[in-house]
Design a protein around this ligand. Sequence first.
Ligand code: GSH
Length: 234
Amino acid sequence: MPQAPIDVYTWPTPNGHKVHIMLEECGLPYNVHPVDIGKGQQFEPDFLAISPNNKIPAITDPEGPDGKPISLFESGAILVYLAGKTGKFLPEGERARYEVLQWLMFQMGGVGPMLGQAHHFRMYAPEKIGYAIDRYSNEAKRLYGVIDKRLSGNAFIAGDSYSIADIAIFPWLRSWENQGIVLQEYPHLKKWFDLIAKRPAVERGVKVLAELRKPIRTDEEKEMLFGKTQYAKR
Ligand SMILES: N[C@@H](CCC(=O)N[C@@H](CS)C(=O)NCC(=O)O)C(=O)O
């Protein structure tokens, strides 16, 4: 029986792109449901019911592991789930599997949050706070250095094979300029980046909802994402 489409609640940001790329790489059918985070759609009760942390991405798979529907939030958990469902991009062998998972956690706990803060303080903060800009720009450079070193001896982040660790990290590095990075200073990373960017599934994944992608500009958008709306008790 053909696989029922997976419902993806998402927006064209790095965390959304991870899931779009994975779905494309796995050849899974999916329906895209845009959640405009600048308009506050992440706070709507239907979305919060599946993503209680009010962040994209989230998915609902009508055919979960037990044949019943399953909903998931947190992009790392979604990547692990889709890898388990399809048997792709997360090796079965224990040693190789933990290698991938450690680099996935490195992305979730380090690359995403730190590059996100670098972007925020450089591009969006209402005042230019030198200390915060330096701290997160330096941390961004350090993380790019870690990845560059790793890729100096490995074709992919977790070793010889393309995995969900590559899929998780790649979308975050696409905004390198806004993170205060000069990509050419990380030659091994750049070679890997250019290779990943050319994968047909990656090209398709980053195009999902691309027409809706725009910089956060208006006061209303900033309020939704960084102001009182964000911190209201729900
Ligand atoms: N750790 C989460 C982070 C998700 C996240 O930060 N999503 C952002 C867009 S990239 C979001 O939905 N922001 C809306 C908000 O904070 O209200 C994941 O990896 O899924």
